[in-house]
Design a protein around this ligand. Structure first.
Ligand code: CA
Ligand code: CA
Length: 218
């Protein structure tokens, strides 16, 4: 089999995050002091529980008048939160990818529950990133990504890994926001491929339009 697994749960915003890593505070969080524990909410609880939820005030401030968070608003809030550990703006591309993963009603924006789900996922990503960054340089380098991807269960050729590094790094270093984009995309594309690989042989025949629809959306 070409891809004997890609475990870990990372990148699957709709799936289960590892229990240990849920609700961890995000290191380096900014002045907002965002609460970290958001699990167990129901999918339709917006109007029932939001008033007493400490995250609600923050969400409404970020979302603005339309009551939903789009990619630019998310970028602004994540840049201000300092979660990526740099002074440069949080990647807009990563924001778009994360919204695409969570956007069940295809509005291109996030409602309150989607926003909370994203926050939980980001906390888990941050913990994952800190674990991967073994030399604590604040970035993930080639050998660290190599190990991380293998640990998630992917089997990629050295050439593919090099291509990924080139695409997502700055001077050979992958920063948190680019790391999230990289892992989420890797997961989503693998899922897309695997759903069509009925014999699990690592070979798929695509219809052109299907291929474009699946890959361009991510
Ligand atoms: Ca908005
Ligand atoms: Ca490192």
């Amino acid at each position: 089999m070409a891809y004997p697994g890609y475990g870990g749960g990372f990148g699957n915003f709709r799936g289960q995050m590892p229990a240990m890593q849920m609700g961890q505070p995000v290191p380096g969080l900014g002045p907002h002091g965002l609460p970290g524990e958001y699990s167990g909410y129901s999918a339709y609880s917006d109007s029932y529980h939001s008033a007493g939820d400490p995250m609600w005030t923050y969400f409404t401030a970020v979302a603005g008048q339309d009551g939903e968070v789009d990619a630019e608003e998310l970028q602004k809030c994540l840049t201000q939160s300092g979660i990526s550990g740099t002074y440069s703006p949080f990647s807009l591309e990563t924001c778009r990818i994360m919204i695409a993963m969570l956007d069940r009603d295809y509005t291109g924006k996030m409602g309150f529950n989607e926003f909370k789900e994203l926050w939980t996922a980001l906390n888990a990503w941050k913990q994952n990133f800190i674990t991967i960054d073994q030399d604590q340089s604040g970035t993930v380098e080639h050998h660290e990504l190599n190990q991380a991807i293998a640990a998630m269960g992917y089997r990629l050729s050295p050439q593919t890994l090099t291509t990924i590094i080139k695409r997502y790094s700055k001077n050979g270093r992958i920063y948190f926001d680019d790391y999230v984009a990289c892992c989420v995309k890797l997961r989503a594309l693998t899922d897309f491929f695997r759903r069509r690989d009925h014999l699990q042989q690592g070979v798929v025949n695509f219809v052109y339009d299907d291929f474009l629809q699946g890959t361009m959306a991510i």
